[in-house]
Write a protein that binds this ligand. Structure first.
Ligand SMILES: NC(=O)c1ccc[n+]([C@@H]2O[C@H](COP(=O)([O-])OP(=O)(O)OC[C@H]3O[C@@H](n4cnc5c(N)ncnc54)[C@H](OP(=O)(O)O)[C@@H]3O)[C@@H](O)[C@H]2O)c1
Length: 273
């Protein structure tokens, strides 16, 4: 069955709006772009639309070169009118992801990419976990109780697979987690012995029905653009035997909301000082 995440989506929207109504001024999200390609520009437009719909101020800052980035990120980090900083890809070739995200203050790291944000997850203190990893956790918790469940995460990226595995292992979440990657042998044996499988590999329709037992909950994180179409990492026919999140309209849609929610949280935290 293709799952309907609309009630989860609506409840997060309502929660965000209510929290914004209690702030003295709208939260502000600063998007920083370096050398935006057409997909970055279209992504930014959709984020801006979502922010405005919720009552979040959204501003785009350009930093074409690494030297610009090294000035802008600390400046925005120190700017009291900015609550969240969101850094788009691609970055200039002469700066690493780690170096760039380390320039963002952890209090404003609403994407959860700074090493401090990632380290906090290991201490069961996820202040700003990566938005997609948190979106997957929220979806799983909305659909079932993960405690004691066997969950396989396919993919070990810094933004999805690895932090998600840590979130699922947290005390209070208590899943039993297996993490797979491109060198994993006998992948189907692992997916078939799991009650929940999260697929984040970045290959359109890569996993078919043969990988899953009937009734498995399958969370498809993939966003693969082919022409005018968007495909997940899981073949849609899997929905004939399993509970499958839709693409588009699944993890990606909740991820955008988590980014906005983090911006509201950053504004609430800033108010305390
Ligand atoms: N919905 C959202 O909001 C959202 C957000 C971020 C990403 N995404 C999508 O999620 C997907 C994954 O993104 P990502 O950033 O995590 O990708 P990534 O950095 O390219 O990582 C892909 C991971 O999948 C593993 N992998 C690749 N092929 C595999 C295979 N055949 N079997 C098992 N593992 C395999 C890779 O293993 P190795 O480490 O061994 O190479 C790697 O760990 C993409 O489609 C991306 O567009 C969606």
């Amino acid at each position: 069955m293709l799952l309907n995440l609309e009630p989860l989506y609506s409840s997060i929207v309502e929660n965000i709006k209510e929290r914004i109504s209690k702030l003295s001024r709208p939260p502000k999200l600063a998007a920083v772009t370096c050398q935006p390609d057409p997909s970055t520009i279209s992504y930014l437009k959709s984020q801006e639309k979502q922010a405005k719909r919720l009552g979040i101020e959204f501003a785009v800052y350009e930093a074409p070169k690494t030297s610009d980035l090294k000035l802008l990120l600390p400046k925005l980090s120190a700017d009291d009118t900015v609550n969240g900083i969101f850094l788009t890809h691609p970055l200039p070739a002469d700066i690493s992801e780690l170096e760039a995200v380390s320039l963002i203050s952890p209090e404003k790291d609403v994407e959860g990419r700074n090493p401090i944000s990632l380290g906090n997850i290991l201490y069961d203190n996820p202040i700003f976990p990566p938005c997609t990893a948190e979106a997957v956790l929220r979806i799983i918790k909305y659909l079932t109780n993960p405690s004691g469940k066997r969950i396989t995460v396919i993919g070990r990226s810094v933004t999805v697979g690895k932090p998600l595995a840590m979130l699922l292992l947290q005390k209070g979440v208590d899943a039993t987690v297996t993490v797979c990657h491109s060198r994993t042998k006998e992948l189907a044996e692992l997916t078939k012995s799991s009650e929940i499988v999260v697929v984040a590999i970045g290959k359109a329709k890569a996993l078919s029905k043969e990988y899953f037992n009937p009734g498995t909950l399958v969370i498809d994180v993939g966003i693969n653009v082919e022409g005018d179409e968007i495909y997940g990492d899981v073949d849609p026919s899997v929905a004939e035997v399993c509970d499958l999140t839709p693409v588009p309209g699944g993890v990606g849609r909740i991820t955008t909301l988590v980014l906005m929610e983090h911006t509201v949280k950053a504004a609430e935290m800033a108010r305390k000082y």
